[in-house]
Design a protein around this ligand. Structure first.
Ligand SMILES: C[S@@+](CC[C@H](N)C(=O)[O-])C[C@H]1O[C@@H](n2cnc3c(N)ncnc32)[C@H](O)[C@@H]1O
Ligand code: SF4
Length: 312
């Protein structure tokens, strides 16, 4: 059952290289007075740690996992403090699915009506209502977790997600945004890279480009050692880090990844590779006696920063 968490319980002040003044509203313990800094660019906001899915690599699939929701009854105070701190962007992400929160879109609108941009990371697993589509259309950047465009594999790994639902939602958002604002949100497709999805990455990029995606992020899979045994009983497919592949499949995966990255860059799209992917692949290649490093042609760095793409 969902529990509620207050701002005092959920706020963390963070400094990152990419965004020197940012505040994370999440699972740690600072007070909302931290928003009273005179200048905060980005607030990383974890609205919930609950979700409608149970992806086979996600901590939410652990049976003892307990989620909680942010207490939105204090949103007025939160927004006032954000305005006072000159917050430019609220980036909604974290370990849960914001779109399961009743009326989530009205909270986004509240930020936006106060001049604060909103971006989100979402699973796009349900067909959204018109008002949800409107909320997405108003955002500068939207990250969609879509590890593969192989429909059956996506369903196996991300369970109830249907590729068609993701694409349908995207096109409705694009249409709405064009009609209302004369521009589209900047879509970022995120692939949590694994042995299962690596072989079809070129198609993944192609499909993204065909659907107007301008940013592709490769996420570094963190394996939870308990999940394979726990999920084995329902025959679930559990992804493993791509670096666990054997020599020939690993070399084939490197080729597919390189082709996908090259395709994306030729089309003018951004590619972000989270730390841990290249390091893992190269350590594995060295085990096979291959010492020339695989680079993907892009530097390895942290999670995609939504405000980087807001100006296209
Ligand atoms: C935790 S989800 C939360 C947002 C939303 N529910 C979604 O799936 O987009 C954020 C991202 O974390 C990724 N993720 C989940 N479990 C992971 C793991 N074990 N290792 C690496 N990334 C993971 C997901 O694929 C997703 O792209
Ligand atoms: S949709 Fe996101 S939060 Fe939910 S189970 Fe999948 S990865 Fe985890």
């Amino acid at each position: 059952m969902a529990t509620m968490t207050t701002l005092e319980e959920m706020a963390t002040l963070v400094d990152t290289e990419d965004s020197p003044s940012s505040v994370m509203l999440g699972q740690d313990h600072l007070t909302d007075d931290d928003l009273l800094a005179d200048h905060v660019d980005v607030v990383l906001f974890e609205t919930t740690t609950n979700c409608n899915l149970r992806c086979t690599y996600c901590a939410l699939s652990l049976p003892w996992y307990m989620g909680s929701d942010f207490d939105f009854s204090r949103i007025d105070k939160l927004v006032r403090e954000m305005v006072a701190a000159n917050v430019k962007l609220v980036s909604i992400s974290g370990h849960g699915e914001t779109t399961v929160i009743p009326n989530w879109e009205t909270y986004c609108k509240y930020f936006q009506d106060h001049g604060i941009e909103v971006s989100i990371t979402s699973n796009f697993s349900t067909i959204y209502s018109d008002s949800e589509i409107e909320a997405f259309a108003r955002m500068a950047c939207i990250t969609i977790s879509i590890d593969t465009v192989d429909r059956e594999l996506l369903r196996q790994v991300r369970r109830k997600v249907d590729l068609r639902t993701i694409l349908y939602n995207m096109q409705r958002i694009r249409l709405k945004a064009l009609a209302a604002y004369g521009r589209e949100p900047n879509f970022n497709w995120q692939c949590t890279l694994s042995d299962l999805v690596a072989p079809k990455l070129t198609e993944w990029v192609q499909m993204g480009l065909l659907n107007g995606v301008k940013n592709f992020t490769f996420g570094n899979l963190i394996e939870y050692k308990e999940l394979p045994e726990l999920l084995a009983r329902d025959g679930a497919m559990i992804p493993r880090h791509v670096a666990r592949l054997e020599r020939e499949p690993l070399l084939a995966a490197c080729q597919t990844i390189a082709d996908g990255v090259s395709l994306a860059r030729k089309a003018g799209a951004n590619v972000v590779v989270q730390p841990g992917i290249l390091e893992g692949i190269n350590a594995r290649l060295r085990e096979f006696g291959i010492n020339s490093p695989f680079t993907m042609g892009v530097p390895s760095r942290g999670t995609w920063i939504p405000h980087e793409c807001s100006g296209d």
